[in-house]
Write a protein that binds this ligand. Structure first.
Ligand code: 13P
Ligand code: SF4
Length: 341
């Protein structure tokens, strides 16, 4: 699935399978032996280019396993990637995730070059609201600070007092010191936060096109049919969250599994999450839904290779927008993170 013509597949080199034997074995349950040899030449070529360029590859938890395990140096949820970008020493960052994540990396690491393998990798939440919408909300609720989920454009972040992720949303809202907060754009994450605080939240009607599709009936079915514990992302509808044993960010899901060590778990989130956690928890049986994020899946080994080779798809943010957005992101990073476990 590439948005542009794929470059020629790198040559197969003798000894590749031996070189990546340990990784291949670890990923065997996720990438069958028929598929693995297709990925290996790309993985080798990307890792070689990465060394030559002194680049760091950061990958979100929803990236496909051959990217997440094969070429990424830093992996995690959107908060972990934002923190890693802020702390990054490398001159070149390749962000394997969606566009708002690459913009966030650029805003927090303004002197680094940030590339995204496919600049068309968007997000239904980020495209649900504009900077003008935020100004109109402020006018309707004078004095109420604005907390925006990182799943927003740089222009929306620039209109916000603070950003948050699903890992720290309650803390950020409470750190605003206000009785009423405008929280945008995810209505379902907003209602998850509202249930945990006395602060009045003004919500926007943004939704994740992947998580909004899950239903409470599917969740109950997974529990009853497979005798599975249920873990849901807070972007799921409230009635789905209500069925879950645990609701949290993608990193918090890993922490919960570490603590609970369930025999069987259904992850009510994007499909690759289960693949990426399965390699870390071989004793846990994962029931994974096949809901793919079409935007996350725009990132592929061939387009990572092409962007590193040609140093293309550099992310840029106008300086004045970046300066204001950085303030909102830094306010979030100052609050710190909380994983619900
Ligand atoms: P996380 O903040 O959990 O990484 O989620 C980001 C995202 O886009 C989930 O759909
Ligand atoms: Fe956006 Fe949903 Fe895809 Fe996450 S899973 S990037 S919120 S569309």
């Amino acid at each position: 699935m590439t948005s542009a013509a794929s470059p020629a597949r790198p040559q197969w080199q003798p000894g590749l399978e031996e070189k990546y034997a340990e990784l291949g074995q670890r990923l065997e349950p996720l990438l069958p032996c028929l598929e693995w040899p297709l990925h290996l030449p790309w993985i080798e070529a990307i890792n070689e280019l990465k060394r030559q360029r002194g680049a760091v590859i950061m990958a979100h938890s929803y990236q496909s396993p051959e990217i997440f395990h094969g070429v990424a140096d830093v992996t995690g949820d959107s908060l972990a990637l934002a923190q890693a970008a802020a702390d990054c020493d490398a001159e070149l960052i390749v962000l394997c995730g969606v566009h708002f994540m690459a913009e966030t990396a650029k805003i927090l690491a303004p002197h680094r070059t940030v590339l995204i393998p496919d600049p068309e990798a968007g997000c239904s939440l980020a495209s649900s609201i504009t900077a003008e919408d935020v100004r109109a909300l402020r006018a309707r609720h004078p004095g109420a600070p604005v907390v925006s989920y990182v799943n927003t454009s740089a222009a929306v972040k620039a209109e916000s007092d603070a950003c948050c992720t699903s890992a720290n949303a309650v803390e950020v809202v409470e750190a605003m010191g206000a009785d009423k907060v405008i929280f945008l754009p995810d209505r379902f994450l907003g209602s998850f936060v509202a249930a945990q605080t006395d602060i009045e939240l003004v919500l926007w009607d943004g939704r994740c096109e992947v998580h909004e599709q899950f239903t409470a009936q599917q969740a109950r079915h997974a529990r009853e049919r497979y005798d599975a514990r249920l873990v849901a992302h807070p972007e799921c509808p409230p009635e789905v969250q209500a069925e879950a044993d645990f609701v949290g960010s993608t990193t918090a899901m890993g922490a919960w599994l570490e603590k609970e060590k369930p025999e069987r778990v259904a992850l009510i989130t994007e499909c690759s999450m289960a693949d990426n956690l399965r390699a870390r928890f071989p004793a846990v049986e994962f029931i994974k839904p096949c809901n793919l994020c079409p935007h996350m899946k725009k990132i592929t080994l061939p387009n990572i290779h092409a962007c590193l080779l040609d140093l293309k798809h550099e992310v840029s943010v106008p300086a004045d927008v970046a300066a204001r957005a950085r303030g909102a992101l830094q306010r979030m990073l100052a609050v710190g993170r909380r994983d619900r476990a």
